[in-house]
Design a protein around this ligand. Sequence first.
Ligand code: ZN
Length: 429
Amino acid sequence: MNTLNKIDFLLKKLFNLNRSLISKDNIKTLNYIKKEIPINIIGLKSGTKVFDWKVPKEWIIDEAYIADIHNKKIIDFKNNFLHVLGYSRKINKVLTFDKLKKNIYLSKKLPSSIPYRTSYYKKNWGFCVNLNQYKDLKKRKKLKVRIKSRFENGKMLIGELLVKGKSKKEILISTYICHPNMANDNLSGIILNTLLAKKLFKKNLNWSYRFVFHPETIGALVHLKLRSKQLKNVIGGFVLSCVGGKGQYFYKKSFDENHFINKLVINYFKTKNIKLNVSNFDIHGSDERQYSSQGFKINLSTISKSKYYEYKEYHTSKDDLNFVNKENIYKTYKLYLDIINLIEKQEIYENTVKFGEPKLSNYNLYPSIGGSILPNKKNINYLDYILWILFYSDGKRTKEQIFQELNLKRKIYNKILDLLIKKKLLKKI
Ligand code: ZN
């Protein structure tokens, strides 16, 4: 199956699943991914403390409907999982519309759609409907309301695949698997992550790549807790969110404005002449919030096609397989492969002397070069360049970024770099 057909296949297979924080359909989703790439499935049990949070119970739901007094179903979650408020508790009652309406949710920006609402951490119940359905319910005097659900101890699951490269330093590519019945947010991200991993798997790579799939927010924290040691190797990466819509490309920078991936992505779009809306990092958004939080500070950015919050179908039933198509996901897929290719070409060095300036005479650098002024640079000499390169080589700036800072001839730059590598003052990360 070619990639386009594979995208189409996965869109259809995985769209109609009731994904949530912990649910049977999360396992189904991970098992489908596992058919494509050899992910490990890891996780933590309900009730486990995760930093300031706690892994919730599994939500098991068998039925959710509103019927008239003759038992004719008007709203049924079997037609669309969005009809029921995520993590609804059970209810079995006959109510007047006036009593029922405080538990009914409508989409303000797109009334013809069913909105997506959840109540993960507060016990509640509710139904989400479109305006016509709302009007239909309003006509009835009494309504039968039934949600057959329960909460049990379960396990929050994470799918992960580490593709090892020459360097043990990693690029993290993360996506979330907790949204039911919606395509751009975030089935598109699940499919893209799967296909990128599939493409990179078994390739001869310079960097290592860690692909992860978990529920949003709490899932990211579970991952950070389970893999705190390994994630210290991450030098940057992406959160895949909303990557297959009809709208424009959008880039949300990681928190460190000068991070090489920010520069690289923006420059890529410029060179390719593709319109890109760029925003700085902010504390709203997806799992970059957790990965970038205190204690971790991992630089993750996001390239979206129709960005969350900004398209009217967002978090509604209209974010469906008409809004997202295989061609748009494929476009983003190709673009990511190009960007990964550019990341692969980046070299990063670190100063091997961890504290203080290296004593250059110990390396036979000081006396032999000191005083030798470069003819074309008025004030800076060889020794200064050595010191600047060592200063900038913090294991974060790329070779290219340091070159841009220094304003010297590439030939001379490479020569100094080679010398410092030979003297074991610089080490490739
Ligand atoms: Zn969302």
